[in-house]
Ligand binder design. Structure first.
Ligand code: F6R
Length: 250
């Protein structure tokens, strides 16, 4: 695992964007696994800038997102479809048909999960998966106690996750209770993983994920077993690491 420390959120965003940028420049037909939430906003902003400067071409990139809320259609302002559209897709030249997210409106969620797994397979798997980490230690919406063997599936969101995500909704009761998420198996099958983390609020869970025991109680801890993980985290997020662990940070 490669851990890169940056001064702040802005520097984390630039550093992580550089890694995605390099992937796209070197391998323009890459399959990118994408995340939503507050963490990647600066990364997407930076990628859009690089595109607008003419430095990178996304026309042959394919993308698959980690998750989507159940019950929210693509035009719902709180859906992850809409988030991706507003914060990345419409700012770069990725063709719409090259982008995939789970369908939160699917009536048969099992069939939708199977379709999503097939889609990832048809694309040849994920070359680089961008992740954030939740306060619960979740990656995607794989909450504590998850099964490391699962591929795409429907989950019940942890109360803490619903509380954390309430900031995006007008009323906390509007936060959906269910989501469709890639499973740990999909995430671990990605050839490379980029975990971006910022802020003191994530420091404790990040320390557990990177240096604690590998356990479903801290879903992100599974990343310790992946052969190619880069963590880009700001100083605040790395402020609670166990004594002695700083030696591995660049
Ligand atoms: C988002 C996702 C989640 C977030 C995590 C952190 O697609 O799958 O795992 O990465 O909840 O969210 P933020 O960045 O908002 O703190």
């Amino acid at each position: 695992m490669n851990i890169l420390e940056t001064d702040d959120y802005e520097a984390m965003s630039r550093q992580a964007a550089n890694i995605l940028f390099a992937q796209v420049v070197l391998h323009p037909e890459s399959v990118l696994g994408l995340a939503t939430g507050s963490t990647p906003l600066g990364i997407y902003r930076r990628l859009a800038e690089l595109y607008q400067q003419g430095d990178v071409d996304f026309s042959r990139i394919r993308s698959v997102n980690l998750d989507e809320y159940c019950g929210l259609g693509p035009n719902d302002p709180q859906s992850y479809h809409r988030f991706m559209e507003e914060n990345l897709f419409r700012l770069i030249n990725i063709p719409e048909e090259n982008t995939s997210l789970p369908d939160g409106m699917a009536v048969d969620t099992d069939a939708e999960c199977a379709r999503y797994d097939r889609r990832i397979q048809e694309l040849g798997g994920i070359d680089l998966q961008l992740l954030g980490i939740g306060n619960t230690g979740h990656i995607g919406f794989n909450e504590p106690g998850c099964n490391f063997e699962m591929s795409t599936h429907r989950v019940v969101l942890a109360p803490e996750t619903r509380r954390a995500n309430a900031r995006f909704f007008q009323n906390p009761d509007e936060v959906p209770c269910y989501a469709i998420t890639m499973g740990i198996k999909n995430i671990m099958s990605a050839r490379k993983i980029l975990l971006a983390v910022n802020g003191k609020g994530k420091a404790e869970v990040l320390a557990k994920a990177l240096f604690g025991p590998v356990t479903p109680q801290v879903p992100a801890s599974i990343l310790q077993l992946h052969p190619d993980v880069t963590v880009v985290a700001d100083r605040d997020a790395l402020s609670r690491l166990p004594v002695g662990s700083r030696a591995v940070i660049e």
